[in-house]
Write a protein that binds this ligand. Structure first.
Ligand SMILES: NC(=O)c1ccc[n+]([C@@H]2O[C@H](COP(=O)([O-])OP(=O)(O)OC[C@H]3O[C@@H](n4cnc5c(N)ncnc54)[C@H](OP(=O)(O)O)[C@@H]3O)[C@@H](O)[C@H]2O)c1
Length: 273
């Protein structure tokens, strides 16, 4: 399709699969990643000529601005931004240190904000563009022992919806993707709050994280999820909120219509017992 697609968190999982599939479809992909393993640094034959890499830690606002400015100057436009960089912080809220919380929000929420300013300026100048934000089911069903992760995704969801109305007159669209369990490097990369072992939550927290990890590793394959997201992105009017999978669509619906205490009871039974 020859669009210019910029993707953060492209070294692994959903970001990497989306980068590969956009490139295979003929788009010019800028794979932005904190580290550049061979899978990112060397494109497949299919992607040769349409695959470019740049190092980027999204917590570095100035580096993000420079990366976007370089791409916009080189290509003359940015058609799609995919914000997939993120990680999970697990542990009780009581155990969470200010550093834990700042790291989680700094990557999952502020990291996304860092790219938005310069990318929106470029898209607004051309009167078109699509912003794809990787939220999570946890953004609307807050998960115990992953409270700050859930909060970071809820914040991203609110930001994305408010942003959508701000940029609507300029031809820019936003799509908040809210995946459920997906098999990626996310499980292994999860960061744990250290103090939990010394607190009474320890056993419940361990059980909760073990369940979450098992669900993720039995979850949806990242390449199939990427294909679903790209199919939505290619629609003439991409949806503002996209929750892939029937089960999670149903969960989203029920979380809105059922009494809050029922929803909380289900979450307790699944992740807090
Ligand atoms: N897997 C799931 O079940 C699931 C469910 C719902 C939502 N999500 C969301 O989907 C997104 C992609 O996650 P994934 O499942 O594909 O996990 P993943 O395989 O661990 O990929 C996460 C990516 O984010 C990158 N990243 C983390 N911190 C970064 C930073 N400071 N700067 C730049 N890149 C950074 C990682 O880079 P490094 O390789 O350098 O660490 C990696 O490329 C995340 O936002 C996640 O919250 C995942």
């Amino acid at each position: 399709m020859n669009r210019v697609v910029v993707i953060t968190g492209a070294s692994s999982g959903i970001g990497l699969e989306m980068a590969r599939q956009f490139a295979a479809g003929g788009d010019r992909v800028y794979a932005l990643a904190r580290r550049l393993p061979d899978s990112v640094a060397e494109p497949s034959e299919a992607a040769a000529g349409s695959w470019f890499t740049m190092p980027l830690d999204v917590t570095d606002a100035e580096a993000a601005r420079q990366a976007v400015t370089r791409i916009a100057a080189r290509e003359g436009r940015i058609d799609i931004l995919v914000q997939a960089a993120g990680y999970g912080l697990a542990g009780s809220v009581e155990a969470m240190t200010p550093t834990d919380a700042a790291g989680q929000m700094g990557t999952n929420f502020l990291g996304a904000c860092h790219l938005l300013g310069p990318v929106l300026a470029s898209m607004r100048a051309r009167g078109s563009g699509l912003i794809i934000q990787l939220g999570s089911v946890a953004g609307f069903l807050p998960i115990p022992f992953q409270a700050c992760y859930s909060a970071s995704k809820a914040a991203l969801a609110a930001l994305t919806m408010a942003l959508a109305n701000e940029v609507r007159p300029y031809g820019i669209r936003c799509m908040l993707v809210q995946p459920g369990d997906t098999r990626t490097g996310f499980t292994e990369a999860r960061v744990l709050c250290d103090a939990d072992e010394s607190l009474p939550y320890a056993e419940r927290c361990r059980r909760s994280i073990a369940r979450m990890a098992a669900d993720e590793q039995n979850g949806f394959p990242a390449d199939r999820l990427a294909a679903k997201i790209i199919r939505q992105a290619n629609r003439r009017r991409p949806p503002l909120v996209y929750t892939p999978g029937l089960f999670y669509k149903l969960a989203a619906l029920l979380s809105r219509v059922l009494p809050r205490r029922w929803v909380m009871a289900v979450l307790y039974g699944l992740y807090a017992r």
